[in-house]
Design a protein around this ligand. Sequence first.
Ligand SMILES: [Zn+2]
Length: 289
Amino acid sequence: MKKSGIVAALLGLLCVFGSFSTFAADTAKVYWTTSGMFGPFDIRGLIPALPVEKSRQITIPVSMWIIDHPKGLVVFDTGNNVAIIDNCKGYWAPGNCDFLKPSQKREDVIDMQLKKLGYSADKVKVVVSSHSHLDHIGNIQMFPNAIHVLQKKELYQAWFPEKFQGRTSPGSFVMADIANAREFNYLELAGDYDLFGDGSIMIYSTPGHTQGHQSMKVKTGSSGTIIISQDAVWMQENLDGYPAGLNYSVQDYSASVNRLKMMRDLEGAQLFMAHDGEQYAAKGGRWYK
Ligand SMILES: [Zn+2]
């Protein structure tokens, strides 16, 4: 009887410690930062469906996310390539520099943003790229040792984009961003994925903007559940029903916007968008723990 009592006590302790470790592994903390800003320019340059009376000048973030999980450090999107700081028109097509007006400084680039928060780029375990446009995959080559998570379709599209989406200049795909990344370790997805197997960081296939666009959902502690749409939803006007002006498939895009909206409403989550100036001003540049 005594022996079984000790066993029961030990089992009880195991349960307590087990639940603590389960709690820790089930949440992550998220920092929202930006690879400089784009703009100012007329919002109708991005959302041509918007009526003229809603026209206004906007300055928008180039959102990147640093996620600290007990099983490893994750970066979601790597912003604009570092080279555009000194040579935008040489690195990007001149038209992109003229229209987007990137403000990126050296300290805005993802390696410096990690450093600012006390991390080094070589400690990043996973780089998730929402898609392969110039403002999202720009610096994946800074992470040669990470596991890179992309939808398989997006990898195909990255190396041979649809012509109407700008295969040649001034396109949104910049071959130099990925030219030396072909031999990286890719986790090639065909749909949704639970990154660490504990439900804390979910990757969702949200095609439309590009063929293989993907979004993320992170469970934090007291900040609750955060849906990071990236370019599945650029900004509030897209939630209001005005579609983005750059899409591989408007039908897929609309389904992805609706999926994320309903996920937000069902789960009581916050939805953070890639390029919403007002939302970033109110909620960016901080940790969600
Ligand atoms: Zn973008």
